[in-house]
Design a protein around this ligand. Structure first.
Ligand code: NAD
Length: 309
């Protein structure tokens, strides 16, 4: 009898020991992204550039894309240098406002690497306009084209491939901008936009576009489950280009950001890239429909005029 209890005890403790080791090894290895294929829009500069570089340094095959060839080629080279296996990224210029170029981007990715594991919707523009400005609708249309239409078209193109790899989508939203209903994406987008319309001074079009992107993340996390996880990241203020110290407005905004940020510094592209890698990694395998705010606590200290120097 004692022998049976002893055997049962050994079996149970072995099961727990096995599970524990599994978890430790899995987390230790979770940043080894060898064999993964990652497409990051807007990766020829700023935050997107740092995201592709980090994925490349962790062993992934990456796609570098943007609108300027010279920038794309520079990032391709720098990302390849960082790759442990010296994997050459695919570099491709594509204007995301043109559906044929966007389709080509996904097709070339599959042609080159045969699959897709991670899609990062990062490309973006930065314009300001109040509702009563003449340029408001042009500004809104420009945001809508990239943050909403292009992001959703890319997701549509990528989903068949992401389903095969049980992949993941990460969209770069904004701290500027919180229950989704399955099948109610268009309604959700409209209501979110309406809600945002009540809140942002001078940042209405930007805020509307980011709310749409965020609602898409939540609805698609339902529609694309269980095979594909869909998440977003909301950066605070990120120094995506070197500070122009001769521009007093840029310097004033920089100083204001540091003063308003509880963690007392401006964000770096690497802060966002680390968040993207985490959400793409197995450590985040039970996380979907989430918007991860990476802002050093800025959003709790932002006044409504924060973006207006
Ligand atoms: P950035 O200007 O350095 O990068 C933007 C990228 O988007 C570039 O590579 C550009 O080529 C690409 N792009 C723009 N229009 C395009 C088009 N029509 N077709 C294809 N590519 C296009 O800017 P960033 O600061 O690195 O911003 C990256 C993302 O982070 C954006 O979505 C932005 O809204 C978001 N964001 C940035 C901050 C910040 O403080 N920098 C804060 C919150 C959110």
């Amino acid at each position: 009898m004692f022998a049976i209890y002893l055997l049962a005890f050994i079996a149970i403790t072995n099961v727990f020991a096995f599970q524990s080791n599994d978890i430790y090894d899995e987390v230790r290895g979770s940043r080894n992204l060898t064999g993964k294929v990652v497409l990051v829009t807007g990766s020829s500069s700023g935050i997107g550039e740092q995201i592709v570089k980090l994925f490349s340094a962790l062993g992934a095959n990456v796609v570098v894309t943007g609108t300027k060839d010279a920038d794309i080629q520079r990032v391709v080279k720098e990302a390849q240098d960082l790759s442990p296996q010296k994997l050459k990224p695919l570099g491709l210029a594509a204007d995301l406002t043109k559906t044929d170029e966007l389709e080509k981007l996904v097709n070339e990715t599959i042609k080159t690497f045969t699959k897709l594991d991670v899609l990062v919707n990062n490309a973006g523009i930065y314009l300001t306009a109040n509702l009563m400005d003449k340029k408001f609708w042009d500004t809104f249309a420009a945001y809508e084209k990239i943050d909403v239409t292009a992001a959703l078209q890319l997701i549509q193109q990528a989903v068949p491939y992401l389903q095969k790899t049980k992949g993941s989508i990460i969209s770069i939203s904004s701290v500027i901008i919180q229950r989704p209903q399955k099948g109610m994406l268009a309604y959700g987008l409209a209501k979110e936009c309406l809600d945002m319309s009540t809140r942002q001074k001078g940042m209405l079009a930007y805020g509307l576009a980011k709310e749409c992107l965020d609602m898409s993340t939540r609805v698609l996390s339902l529609e694309l489950a269980p095979l594909i996880r869909v998440n977003a990241i909301s950066p605070g203020s990120v120094l995506s280009h070197p500070l122009n110290t001769t521009d007093p407005v840029a310097v004033a905004q920089y100083n204001k950001t540091i003063k308003s940020t509880p963690l007392a510094r401006i964000g770096q592209p690497s802060d966002i890239a680390k968040g993207v890698v985490f959400l793409a990694s197995s450590d985040a395998e039970f996380i979907t429909g989430h918007n991860l705010v990476i802002d050093g606590g800025l959003n709790y200290n932002m006044d409504s005029n924060f973006s207006n120097p």
